[in-house]
Design a protein around this ligand. Structure first.
Ligand SMILES: [Ca+2]
Ligand SMILES: [Ca+2]
Ligand SMILES: [Ca+2]
Ligand SMILES: [Ca+2]
Length: 410
């Protein structure tokens, strides 16, 4: 995305630097953007369906990007509905303000699941990584990697997959393409890693994962230990609300699982997403914690806290911090590290108002009052406003700027 933003800025800057233009011409969008609709009309059959990716960073019906880094823009788009079961890719080049078809390429499927532009071949030119599917309901999709050499686009990988992760996991300068594959029957689940080598995408290693899961609900790549070892953290759904989390590592030769998959490691009765909770660049594994006093409540009434742990690099986990999140009221509140896990909650009906209480000395640590904007606000007199949306105003009685910063709208 950063790439695209930079290019758009450059285009605007260059169009603004030409000088001596009339006000009218200055107000027009730069030519390439202006003409793309015409080009699509000219090059895409009228009965075709132009595809937008389902997920990822590139969600538009076309992407304008300098794919080969030569300073001129390319447009990439996909359509289906002309050849049965085939997605057609088009690469347009901008020549003197007009778009021309430079390359065409194909993938198997009817829809575009995801799209990425990453240099997987280490030649400095962005390659096209596209996930295709026959229907959006399927786990099984097809991933295609199109190597862009600057004057030719060549398909160098077609394989079944469910989710992809691209990162240089062993930090050797070569992008590692890790694919997770769960078949439709859920009887087969594995991860495999590819590296580009000698004009092809080479399968380097594969690792079986626990089958008969419901699916993956979250995949992240990044640092996973305090000494900055990289890994892939994946959260698995294995029941209606339950899940577990594992980490995969890659050293350039082998994919290894940190925890034993068959144990459904780091199990959780309620699916908390793993993430970098404290913004230190290291991913934490999220667990639900039932606050004191709610042990015998019906599950739907428990105000679960998210409790986050970092892998210690060996066999254990280290506590990092906790968070309270209300998805119905659209906010989260991160507990300072010092609170550890010595916090419980007192809430009004539906937890519209919550108080965070120390389980050490029963003192009030923080409170949040959520008031619909339509309600009279007099009773909030003396309280401090934390945030305001079109629907709610959020208040606290605790005058502590450091704690106010821990409040975030979702
Ligand atoms: Ca270019
Ligand atoms: Ca490349
Ligand atoms: Ca690598
Ligand atoms: Ca972190």
């Amino acid at each position: 995305m950063r790439y695209i933003i930079v290019i758009i800025i450059l285009v605007f800057i260059s169009s603004g630097c030409q000088g001596f233009q009339t006000n009218e011409s200055l107000m027009k969008p730069p030519a390439p953007f202006f003409n793309i609709k015409e080009a699509i009309q000219a090059f895409v059959p009228s009965n075709a369906t132009i595809l937008e990716a389902n997920t990822g960073e590139f969600l538009d019906p076309f992407t304008i990007i300098d794919l080969d880094g030569n300073g001129t823009l390319e447009a990439i788009l996909f359509y289906s509905g002309i050849k049965e079961g085939i997605v057609q890719g088009l690469l347009l080049e901008e020549i003197n303000g007009k778009w021309e078809v430079a390359q065409t390429f194909e993938g198997d499927g009817n829809t575009l699941y995801e799209l990425d532009f990453i240099d997987v071949t280490n030649d400095g030119l962005l390659d096209i990584i596209a996930g295709f599917s026959f229907t959006n309901q399927y786990f099984e999709r097809g991933l295609s990697v199109f190597h862009n050499s600057g004057n030719e686009i060549r398909n160098i990988l077609n394989t079944s997959y469910t989710h992809k992760v691209l990162d240089d996991l062993n930090e050797d300068g070569v992008q590692d393409l890790v694919l997770f594959f769960l078949n439709e029957a859920h009887s087969w689940n594995e991860a495999f890693v590819y590296n580009y080598d000698n004009d092809e995408m080479l399968l380097i290693d594969a690792i079986p994962l626990r089958s008969y899961i419901m699916g993956y609900y979250n995949l992240l790549t990044g640092y996973v230990t305090e000494d900055l070892q990289k890994g892939i953290v994946f959260d698995i759904a294995n029941g209606q609300h339950s899940g577990y989390t594992n980490i995969l590592l890659f050293d350039g030769i082998s994919l290894t699982s940190v925890f034993n998959e068959e144990d459904e490691p780091n199990g959780k009765s309620f699916r908390i997403y793993s993430e970098d909770l404290n913004d230190d660049g290291i991913i934490e594994i999220g667990f639900p914690r039932v606050p004191d006093g709610y042990e015998n409540q019906e599950e739907w009434f428990i105000p679960y806290l998210g409790s986050y742990y970092r892998w210690d690099g060996e066999v254990g986990l280290q506590f990092v911090a906790e968070r309270y999140a209300s998805f119905s009221l659209n906010y989260s509140f991160d507990f300072p590290w010092e609170w550890q896990q010595n916090v419980t909650i007192e809430g009004s009906l539906n937890f519209q108002d919550v108080k965070f209480i120390s389980t050490v000395d029963q003192s009030l640590l923080f409170d949040i009052y959520v008031v619909p904007v339509t309600e009279k606000e007099e009773k909030m007199e003396g309280k401090i406003e934390l945030a305001r949306t079109n629907h709610y105003v959020y208040y606290t009685t605790i005058d502590d700027k450091q704690l106010h910063k821990k409040f975030k709208l979702l």
